[in-house]
Design a protein around this ligand. Structure first.
Ligand code: NAD
Ligand code: WQD
Length: 346
C-alpha cells in the first residue's frame, strides 16, 4: 500500500511515517514545513534506511495537491497537516479555518478525482469540550470551546457528509488524547517553535535547564492532588493506531471514529514526578491560576479501538517520559541542534 502522509514532517506524522515503513508500506510526505523541519525527514530516512519522497507543498493549493496525486497515485491518505495551537487559534481564527479546512477540502477533491478511497484523519479529544463524562466514549456529545476545536469538529462533519455521498470510501477520524514521548532512538521527537504550549516539552526543557521553572495551571481542581488530569499516550503507540486504522480502512466502507489514548489519566503532579524519576533532574514549578478553557479531567474510553481495530496502547508513562527525555538530551535545541552542529563544523 502507498500512503500519502500530509504533515509527515511534524511530530505525530514523522513517527507514523517510521511505523508505516516498518510495517511494509510505501510512503510519500507532503508538508509546508511551517511547523517542522527538513531534518525530521532526513531522520526518518536514517531510522528506516529508506528513501522517502517528500513534497514541499502548501496543501491549501489545488494545483499542488493535484500534482502530488497525479505523480504518486496513493492508495490511502493520512491527513495530519494543519495548525494545532488552541491559544493561537483564538488570535488568528481565520488562519485556522484557512489551513485546516482548506487543506482538507483539497485532499478530498483530489481523492475523488484519483479514486483514492481510504482516508485517516487526525481529530482530537478537544471535540469533547470540558464537560463530558469520563472516560469519554466516541458517541458523547461534541462541544468545542475555541476556533482550533471548531475546525476539528467541522472537518469531522465534512467527512461524515463526504462518506454519506460516496459510500465506497472509508473515512476514519482518530481522536487523539495527549500524545507525548518520542521515538526510542531519540532521533525524532516533538520540536515546538518558541515557548511550548503543551506540558511535556515544557517539562523536558525545564529539566534540561533551558527554562527556569514550570507553571502548573491550577491545583484547585476536584482531583486527588488538585491538578488537571489527562490521558497521555506514547506517540509511537499513537502512530501504530494509524496503521491499524489504514489497514482496516482498506477492507471496508463508511465513516468511523475512534478514541486513541491509554484509557487512564495522570495528573500534572504525577507527570512531573515521573519526569523527575527518569531524568534524575530537579523540575522546579510554581502553582499559578487555572488556564482559561482547561478541563479538569480528560481520559478516553478506548474499548472501541481495541474491539474494532485491534489496537491498544502498550507503552507506559515511564516509557513516555524516558523517551521524551532521551530526545531532549540528544537534541538540546530540537532539530536545530543538527544544523547548529553542521554550522559549527564548517
Ligand atoms: P505538527 O505541527 O507537528 O504537524 C503538523 C504538520 O502540518 C507540520 O509539519 C506543518 O508544517 C504542517 N502543515 C501545517 N499547515 C500546512 C499546510 N497548509 N500545508 C502543508 N503542511 C502544513 O502537529 P502534530 O502534533 O504532529 O499534529 C498533527 C495533527 O494531529 C494535527 O492535525 C493536529 O491538529 C492533530 N492533533 C495533535 C495533537 C497533539 O497534541 N499534538 C492532539 C490531537 C490532534
Ligand atoms: C496538559 C495539562 C494543563 C502546560 C492540548 C489541546 C488539545 C490537544 C492536546 C491538539 C493540563 C497543564 C500545561 C503548562 C500546565 N491538541 N499544563 N502547565 O490542554 O490537555 O490539550 O493539547 O488537538 O486540543 O488543547 O494539553 O499539554 O497543554 O496540558 O500545568 O505549562 O497540563 O493545565 O492540565 P491539553 P497541555
Amino acid at each position: 500500500m502507498k500512503v500519502l502522509i500530509t504533515g509527515g514532517a511534524g511530530y505525530i506524522g514523522s513517527h507514523t511515517a517510521v511505523e508505516l515503513i516498518e510495517a511494509g508500506c510505501r510512503i510519500v510526505i507532503a508538508d509546508n514545513f511551517s511547523n517542522s523541519s527538513l531534518v525530521a525527514v532526513k531522520r526518518i530516512r536514517s531510522i528506516t534506511e529508506t528513501e522517502v519522497p517528500c513534497y514541499f507543498a502548501d496543501l491549501r493549493r489545488e494545483e499542488t495537491v493535484t500534482r502530488i496525486f497525479r505523480n504518486e497515485r496513493p492508495d490511502a491518505v493520512i491527513h495530519f497537516a494543519g495548525l494545532k495551537a488552541v491559544g493561537e487559534s483564538n488570535e488568528h481564527p481565520v488562519a485556522y479555518y484557512d489551513h485546516n479546512l482548506g487543506s482538507m477540502i483539497q485532499i478530498l477533491k483530489a481523492m475523488r478525482t484519483y479514486n483514492c478511497r481510504n482516508l485517516v484523519y487526525s481529530s482530537s479529544a478537544t471535540v469533547y469540550g470540558g464537560e463530558a463524562e469520563m472516560p469519554v466514549m466516541e458517541d458523547a456529545a461534541l462541544q468545542t470551546t475555541n476556533p482550533y476545536g471548531r475546525t476539528k469538529k467541522m472537518i469531522e462533519e465534512m467527512l461524515m457528509d463526504t462518506s454519506g455521498a460516496y459510500p465506497e470510501m472509508c473515512i476514519t477520524a482518530l481522536r487523539y488524547f495527549n500524545p507525548i514521548g518520542a521515538h526510542r532512538s531519540g532521533l525524532i521527537g516533538e520540536d515546538p517553535l518558541g515557548i511550548p504550549n503543551n506540558i511535556a516539552p515544557f517539562i523536558t526543557q525545564v529539566a534540561a535547564g533551558r527554562r527556569g521553572y514550570l507553571q502548573i495551571f491550577g491545583n484547585d481542581y476536584e482531583t486527588a492532588d488538585g491538578t488537571g488530569i489527562r490521558d497521555y499516550v506514547h506517540v509511537t503507540d499513537l502512530a501504530k493506531g494509524h496503521i491499524a486504522a489504514i489497514n482496516k480502512g482498506a477492507g471496508r466502507n463508511g465513516y468511523h471514529v475512534y478514541n486513541l489514548g491509554t484509557g487512564y489519566g495522570t495528573s500534572v503532579l504525577e507527570l512531573v514526578h515521573m519526569f523527575r524519576l527518569v531524568s534524575g533532574k530537579r523540575i522546579p514549578y510554581v502553582i499559578t491560576p487555572r488556564r482559561p478553557g482547561d478541563a479538569a479531567v480528560s481520559f478516553a474510553d478506548t474499548s472501541k479501538a481495541e474491539r474494532e481495530l485491534g489496537w491498544k496502547a502498550e507503552l507506559s508513562l515511564e516509557d513516555m517520559c524516558r523517551d521524551s527525555w532521551n530526545w531532549q538530551q540528544k537534541n538540546p535545541a530540537g532539530y536545530r541542534s543538527e544544523m547548529i552542529m553542521e554550522v559549527e563544523t564548517l
